[in-house]
Structure formats: structure tokens, C-alpha cells
Design a protein. Structure first.
Length: 409
């Protein structure tokens, strides 16, 4: 590959270095190197994006899951535009707030009420605050990525001291580790928050065991479905596994790129949010809610969750068959389910493994497929079987290149 392929991208990067600390936002981090992967994209439609150097890609990152239907969905964006005509934000409550809360709670078996927010980090932080008010306790137990707020990085020197004593981590695949936290802090843990992709394989028994431990010790169980809700057939991880968490956080997948998030949950717990300081200027933005209502209607009417499930399975099975055929140490799986597939390289030598992964991803980019080397991927409703076929054809070539490059066997 010539380094000229990403010239315009690198020019934008050089400009960014002068005005943006670190030259990127977190999600815009370089995939491999600025010389060998695109850093700036110009536009997206459906499941395709074009970079600033003019290359088109089938995209499996989908803005880190924010687009379930596909980029620039005409119906969703028209719904948001129509709402903009009436003022996206006014000085008081709007009927759309009630309609949106109603539409959300009817999708979660154990939910009666909703609090409306803007981002996943806000939703998880709000859920914890609600749980603290409901229980009168302060500490929490967590497993997974829940966002960027202070409590999510309790050991980071840039957050207030002492958070690590408040935010306790457990091993989601070993529920006994949660029991030990409760034993070490009797009557002090307000909530257990779990991101479903942390339980692999995602068996009902493990989730239920975690919820049961939380309840046995009087804590609120929060399932953080920010990534998984609406894209996991038949609607969420909890619907699939028959779970009824006390609170659920949702965001990506909800509004096809328009910023919106929510906490939904049982009335007796959610009631604690009444009168709590949970306020931001843009929480009431109805354009994003109109986009969300349009997204949910399409999700309901057109079998979106089944579509992304089937295509995720096709991709996972196809990648595993090629890796097996070429004797490449790589395994594809759903993280936690097929609509969120990933390919893990498994060479025992860490350096060779990194080289394999990088060679594979750079070859895929060169062939017009955008996959993330270190983060799960997302299938959208805009992806078609033919896109997966094309991706698998390219994956075969890219795996061959990776193998030749790195002499794995
Ligand atoms: C499970 C989970 N919770 C919370 C968050 C934070 O969401 P946001 O990035 O919108 O703040 C994320 C983001 O990836 C997530 O995956």
C-alpha cells in the first residue's frame, strides 16, 4: 500500500493537532496508523462511508453503534426535520416527552417509567444516582464500560480521590466475586451495574445469578443496554434472555444517530428520580425524540433486529470458515450476540498477533471494508447479504495477506 492513499486524511490530522488536544475525539482514534488507515470521513449513507481521500467503505463500525438503520436514514431524518420546524426545544414540557417515555417503557417488560437524557454516560450516571436514592446507600459494583464520567475511571489521577473505594469492580463471568464484594461491604452497595457484553457466552444463568445476588443484598440491578437494546432480537438482551432488571440504560440503537438516551425501570425504584437534580439544558430536545420515535417504528415494523441478527451470523460463520480453511489463528463471535460481531486474533506470540491483526485490517481498508481492530462491530439494517458476501471475499484475501506477512504457522 502506498502512503499517498490517506494524504487528505493526514492533512486534516495535522490541522487538528493545532486546535484539538490529542487531535481526535475518543471514537476517532486511529485504527492502525495515520499512514495506513483513514482518520477523516466525509459522508455516510446506508452502510457506506466515504473518506476525505475519496475512498468508499462498507462500514461495520456504524459510529460505534449509533446507527442501527444506516447513515442518513431518510425517514428518521425527515421526522427530526419536521420537529425542528416547531422548535426543537421550548421553555416548558412538551407532549413529545410523554409520548417518548410511553414508547420506551412499553418495550421493556419490567419498566413503568423513563427518564430522558442525551448520552449513554448520562444514562448510567443517572441510573446510579436513582439507585442511591432508592436504597440510601452510596457504593456501587460494576462490570463493563459505562462511559467517561468520573465514576467510570475511579483510579485515574484526574478524578476526585476516593472514588475507587466507592466504585467496586467484579468479574462478570464469576458471580462469586460479586458476592465477595457484598460480604466485604455489608449494607453499603446501592447498585450492581452490568454491561451485557461482559458475559461471554451470554447465558441466562449468569445474568440471573448476578441479579439474584444484587437482590439478596438489597441492591438495585441495572442492566446497561446502551449498546445492545433494540438491536438484539427480539428487542434487547433482557427480552432475549427473559430477565427483568430493576433499571435499564439505553441510547445507541435508539435514534439512529440523533443524541438521545434514557433510563427505564420499575416504578418503585424510578420514583426516587422525582425531585432529584437530573437536569440539563438539552434534555428536552424533541428533534432527537422525533428521530427516536421514527426509528422505533421502523424497528417494530420491518424486522430490523432479526435482519441484523441473521447478517451477523452470516459474517461470523463466514469469517470462521475462512480462518479455519487458511489455518489462521483467529476466531469470530458475537459480543455478546451476532448483531455485534468481532474477529479476535489468537496467535500465542503477542507481537505476531498484533502484526497479523494490523495486516488484516489494513488490507480490508484497502479493499473498502471498514472494521475496527479493537472494538466490536455493528451490523445495520442497511447492510445486505451481498455486503456480507463482498466482505467475506475481501476477508479471504486479507487473511491470506496477513498470514504471508506474519508466517504464523
Ligand atoms: C454499555 C455502555 N454504556 C455506556 C456507554 C457510554 O455511552 P456514551 O458514549 O453515549 O456516553 C457506552 C458507550 O459505548 C456503552 O457501550
Amino acid at each position: 500500500m502506498t502512503e499517498e492513499r490517506y494524504t487528505a486524511s493526514r492533512e486534516w490530522l495535522a490541522r487538528a493537532e493545532r486546535v484539538i488536544p490529542g487531535a481526535h475525539h475518543l471514537s476517532g482514534r486511529v485504527l492502525t496508523t495515520p499512514e495506513r488507515s483513514p482518520m477523516y470521513l466525509e459522508r455516510g449513507r446506508g452502510c457506506r462511508v466515504t473518506d476525505v481521500d475519496g475512498h468508499e467503505y462498507i462500514d461495520f463500525v456504524m459510529a460505534f453503534g449509533a446507527f442501527l438503520l444506516g447513515y442518513a436514514d431518510p425517514e428518521v431524518d425527515a421526522a427530526a426535520r419536521a420537529q425542528l420546524e416547531h422548535g426543537s426545544l421550548l421553555s416548558m414540557n412538551r407532549p413529545q416527552h410523554v409520548l417518548f417515555a410511553e414508547a420506551l417503557v412499553e418495550r421493556f417488560a419490567g419498566a413503568d417509567m423513563a427518564v430522558l437524557l442525551k448520552t449513554g454516560s448520562e444514562a448510567t450516571t443517572a441510573a446510579l444516582r436513582i439507585a442511591r436514592r432508592a436504597t440510601g446507600r452510596r457504593r456501587i459494583a460494576r462490570a463493563g464500560y459505562h462511559g467517561w464520567h468520573d465514576w467510570c475511571l475511579p483510579l485515574d489521577p484526574s478524578v476526585p480521590a476516593g472514588l475507587d473505594a466507592q466504585v467496586l469492580e467484579f468479574d462478570s463471568n464469576a458471580p462469586r466475586s460479586l458476592e465477595a464484594l457484598f460480604e466485604g461491604h455489608p449494607g453499603e452497595i446501592a447498585a450492581v451495574i452490568l454491561a451485557p457484553e461482559m458475559v461471554l457466552p451470554p447465558t441466562r444463568e449468569v445474568f440471573q445469578a448476578i441479579q439474584d445476588i444484587a437482590h439478596r443484598h438489597g441492591a438495585v440491578f441495572i442492566l446497561d443496554e446502551v449498546k445492545t437494546a433494540f438491536r438484539t432480537a427480539p428487542g434487547s438482551v433482557q427480552a432475549r434472555l427473559g430477565l427483568t432488571p430493576d433499571l435499564t440504560t439505553v441510547s445507541k440503537g435508539l435514534s439512529n444517530g440523533w443524541p438521545v438516551a434514557a433510563v427505564v425501570g420499575r416504578r418503585d425504584v424510578m420514583r426516587s428520580a422525582a425531585g432529584m437534580h437530573l437536569s440539563a439544558t438539552y434534555h428536552g430536545d424533541t428533534a432527537a425524540m422525533a428521530a427516536a420515535l421514527a426509528t422505533l417504528r421502523i424497528v417494530d415494523e420491518r424486522g430490523v433486529a432479526d435482519h441484523v441478527w441473521a447478517l451477523g451470523q452470516q459474517l461470523i460463520h463466514g469469517l470462521n470458515a475462512i480462518a479455519c480453511d487458511l489455518e489462521l489463528p483467529a476466531m469470530s463471535y458475537g459480543e455478546p450476540f451476532p448483531p455485534m460481531p468481532f474477529l479476535r486474533f489468537e496467535h500465542p506470540d503477542a507481537e505476531t498477533n498484533d502484526a497479523l491483526r494490523t495486516a488484516f485490517h489494513e488490507a480490508m481498508l484497502e479493499r473498502g471494508v471498514l472494521l475496527h481492530p479493537r472494538h466490536m462491530w455493528f451490523i445495520s439494517f442497511a447492510h445486505q447479504r451481498s455486503d456480507i458476501d463482498t466482505t467475506l471475499d475481501h476477508a479471504r484475501s486479507a487473511m491470506k495477506i496477513a498470514r504471508e506477512h506474519c508466517c504464523t504457522t
